[in-house]
Design a binder for this molecule. Sequence first.
Ligand code: FAD
Length: 331
Amino acid sequence: MDVATTYNYDVVIVGAGPAGMCAGMYAGRSMLKSVVLERGFPGGELLNTELIEDYPGFEHILGHELAQKFSDHAAKFGAEFKTGVIVECVTKRADGKFETRTESGDAYISPAVIVTAGGTPIKLGVPGEAEYAGKGVSYCAICDGAFFREQVIAVVGGGDAAVEEADFLTRYGSKVILIHRRGELRASKILQQRLFANPKIEVIWNTIVDEVKADEQGLVNKLILRNVDSNTTSELAAQAMFVFIGFRPNTGIIEGHIDHDDMGYLKTDANMHTSMRGLFAAGDVRAQLTRQVTTAVGDATTAAIAVEKYLKAIADGDPGEAITGSGGYAV
Ligand SMILES: Cc1cc2nc3c(=O)[nH]c(=O)nc-3n(C[C@H](O)[C@H](O)[C@H](O)COP(=O)(O)OP(=O)(O)OC[C@H]3O[C@@H](n4cnc5c(N)ncnc54)[C@H](O)[C@@H]3O)c2cc1C
């Protein structure tokens, strides 16, 4: 592919979710020439979250409001955002620098990259799911919930996201039915308490969705369910199915091997340095115990400061040994 334009930066940050925006802020404060490349609008998963109640300093804040605050704050310290830019690949060149190539053909050359690309919702993979996406099948409650006022909404999953979003969707649906493949939820106890106290929510246990059906206009009207214990099927009349069964890390853009866990999340050392020298990872894309806004910004703070030290070490003729030891994840 022809390279449309080549840009040079100290550090390229891939993705403007909480991690990318925070990394941009710290890189800006460190006077690094940095750019945050984002395929959509700055905010990442915050734009898919109605209410945040666990970000310190804010008892409650709307997801999109927190996103705006993050991006304003980063811009104030000189972070450069480029939006609508889809990163196609990040390649390590023979000279040790990275080339971050975008879909439009532009190339961003930098000695360091921070990957903050988050994850993509995992699909159920059942008949009708892909076909009726946007016609009743959704992965984003805040985006699509309002389309189903006074209708029956099914939610699939049993973790924090499923339980939180089931609760949120009761403001629209006449009824919200949580379908979970196990006999107990994985969600935190406080979210479970809220769920069980909500009279508009019903839980169908030990059950999976086999198929999504639609009416003659192509709008979802029914789910075929299967009880995993008895292996019997049943029909559930519902106009929407929201799926919250987890995320896959967006690591496909990186060319070459990087150590990762079984789910594909990138392993890093304590300085967010991956096993590829000069490539750092922060936020949901990284292998770790939990994935929250607080952990994303914590990772990003460390990553941006580690990049500053890494670049200084290179400039001083020390190839970064002092920063991470091996440049690998084992410290
Ligand atoms: C429904 C839901 C509710 C949640 N509720 C809470 C909550 O209440 N409290 C809490 O702390 N956390 C919550 N979370 C988790 C929190 O939103 C995430 O942990 C956080 O957003 C992770 O930030 P991130 O920057 O690592 O990734 P993301 O927010 O996923 O951002 C990644 C960004 O990278 C961009 N990107 C990806 N690939 C490319 C590419 N190839 N080119 C360009 N850009 C790319 C994406 O467009 C995206 O903007 C919730 C998550 C969900 C899904």
